[in-house]
Design a binder for this molecule. Structure first.
Ligand code: OOG
Ligand code: MG
Length: 253
């Protein structure tokens, strides 16, 4: 087992047992951190999980400020992370989960490399309001850029609302996160790199840097427009995105 495999194995065990780890002592380059992420996901695919797309992180200033990290990052999504609106999700599977309101893209054609906004949009079949549940496997939710990338960019679950054909501009939609009916975060889709399609443009660029492509049928999560909120058992969590509707779930013990 190489050093990078060993780190992936530690992160995998931490996620499986929902037990936090110390931040990595090994100094990793960003490339090595993405290598660890790929190895971590190979372990999950080896257990029968299937890739369903990617999530983008730190695409808004609100998120960068909350976490003290200011580079775009991405992580991989699997079918086991995916939930439909109305589901009940157990808190037990996570270390210290947080929720954020997002917009999800569904692709109808592959996308990779340097593309402009019009090309990126042309690859989209539908968009949806979504909630991302992020969970860091590091103690106290504290990490460096390479730590979080190795930890699959805190990917842990996603809840997707109804898919809608994007026949309107996505550039300035009101986004809201409510817990138990109380609005806790509000923002605009404009907070996501100026326009959420820019997140897709960057997703295509970043996966190509790893020699990969977004595939037809993939989901791309654009990144949160607001800071994240802590998740606790018993909560009812709802995100609303103007024109896209709402998505909700309940948290069980
Ligand atoms: C990293 C993931 C960031 C987003 O939407 O910006 C992210 C983290 O905050 O733990 O998912
Ligand atoms: Mg997110």
């Amino acid at each position: 087992m190489t050093a990078l495999d060993a780190i992936a194995a530690r992160l995998d065990a931490a996620a499986l047992s929902a037990t936090p780890l110390a931040q990595l002592a090994e100094p990793l380059t960003l490339d090595e951190a993405y290598d660890v992420q790929a190895r971590l996901l190979s372990r999950r695919f080896g257990r029968g999980e299937r890739p369903i797309g990617i999530k983008m992180g730190f695409t808004s200033r609100a998120k960068m400020a909350q976490m003290g990290v200011s580079d775009l990052i991405w992580g991989r999504l699997t079918d086991r992370m995916l939930h439909a609106s109305g589901d009940t999700i157990s808190r037990r599977a996570f270390v210290h989960p947080r929720v954020e309101p997002e917009i999800a893209f569904l692709l109808k054609t592959p996308l990779a490399g340097k593309v402009d906004a019009a090309t990126a949009l042309a690859a989209v079949s539908a968009v949806a309001a979504a909630v991302e549940i992020i969970d860091s496997r590091y103690r106290d939710f504290k990490f460096s850029l390479t730590d979080v990338v190795a930890d699959n960019s805190s990917s842990s679950a996603l809840v997707i609302g109804a898919w809608v054909e994007p026949t309107f501009d996505l550039g300035n939609l009101r986004m809201e996160l409510a817990i138990d009916g109380n609005v806790r975060q509000t923002g605009s889709s404009a907070a996501i790199l100026g326009h959420p399609v820019e997140s897709l443009v960057n997703a295509a660029r970043l996966v190509a840097e790893r020699g990969e492509s977004l595939r037809a049928g993939d989901i791309v999560m654009a990144g949160a427009a607001t800071a994240a909120e802590a998740l606790a058992p018993g909560q009812h969590v709802r995100a609303d995105v103007e024109h896209l509707g709402s998505v909700f779930f309940r948290v069980a013990d």
